[in-house]
Design a protein around this ligand. Structure first.
Ligand code: NDP
Length: 286
């Protein structure tokens, strides 16, 4: 294993909590696989510290930052420039350098779509998805799916966030040129029955005592059910979906593929997804 030296380039994840993060394992496996003189660390930065962390990135010459809860919005305000996805979502999960400028990116949506393609062999165009939840992860998924030509129904316990997510989806449809032909709406839980793709973007399933995010009888064969949660690896909704004959995926793939996009932005090299996936227990072809 290559040890850090005077020439080692540095990347890391900022957030709070961050010590449990799988990102160091993912990125360091990628650096090692390609023999790159880079290292990736976890840096605990509490809420309110996002702007100072971006200033530190600039001052210290850090080459890349991943950004997680609760800093995604405040880091967006502190970057010199935002990618279209980060600007639309008002959330940054990755900062990269471009000369002297720090560019805020958001790779969550592309990571989600790439995990569908690579792990489930599912092409999102023309599909109908139900997204359960309307928080930060749900919004990234909605924007990415709509941009790929998927029609989306958002189901959430509170109406206002769902309406805002649907508006964002409509803006994304226009920006992607899929325009008014694309359907993005707020719906009721029963919409799950007619969905090709069901995405749990709520935290329900992280704890044993959580209720299911959806009525079990709405799940059936022919569907792909994705839970964005990756701990535990098999949540109750995935267990029930599997029993019902649906295809299932947990959130580890999204985590891997959003990291892969960041890796490429920082290093200029295609991410070795097989080696990176193996570091977090995923068997990725290629
Ligand atoms: P947010 O807090 O931004 O949003 C949570 C959403 O879930 C909201 O819509 C909220 O509804 C809903 N919700 C929360 N609690 C309940 C409940 N008890 N019953 C019904 N609905 C509920 O969280 P994030 O969007 O950041 O994260 C959501 C999930 O996605 C988490 O499990 C997170 O770990 C996972 N995630 C996975 C990633 C990956 O790479 N795999 C990346 C990012 C997130 P309301 O609007 O009514 O409050």
């Amino acid at each position: 294993m290559m040890r850090p030296s005077g020439t080692t380039r540095l990347a890391g994840v900022i957030g709070d909590p961050v010590r449990h993060s799988l990102s160091p394992a993912l990125h360091n496996a990628g650096f090692a696989h390609l023999g790159l003189d880079w290292t990736y660390v976890a840096l605990e930065v509490p809420a309110g510290g996002g702007a100072a962390a971006v200033a530190a990135m600039r001052a210290l010459g850090i080459d890349g930052l991943s950004v997680t809860m609760p800093l995604k919005a405040e880091v967006a305000d502190a970057c010199d420039e935002l990618s279209p996805a980060a600007a639309m979502l008002g959330a940054v999960n990755c900062v990269r350098r471009s000369g002297d400028r720090l560019i805020g990116e958001n790779t969550d949506g592309v990571g989600f779509v790439n995990s569908l393609r690579s792990q489930a062999g599912v092409e999102p165009v023309g599909k109908h998805a139900v997204v359960l939840g309307a928080g930060g992860a749900a919004r990234a998924v909605v924007v990415a799916l709509v941009s790929e030509g998927t029609s989306v129904t958002i189901v959430n316990r509170s109406i206002e966030p769902a309406m805002r997510a649907a508006e964002l989806g409509k803006t994304a449809a226009l920006a992607a040129g899929v325009g008014s032909s694309m359907s993005v709406m707020v719906g009721a839980p029963g919409a799950v029955r007619d969905a090709d793709l069901v995405v749990n973007a709520t935290p329900l399933g992280m704890h044993g005592s959580d209720p299911l995010p959806v009525e079990p009888e709405l799940l059936h064969g022919g569907q792909l059910v994705v839970d964005l949660i990756y701990t535990p690896a098999v949540t109750p909704i995935l267990e029930i979906a599997d029993e019902a004959g649906a295809q299932t995926l947990n959130g580890t793939g999204m985590l891997l593929f959003q990291a892969a996009e960041q890796f490429k932005m920082w290093t200029g090299r295609d991410a070795p997804t097989r080696a990176m996936g193996a570091a977090v227990g995923l068997d990725i072809a290629g």
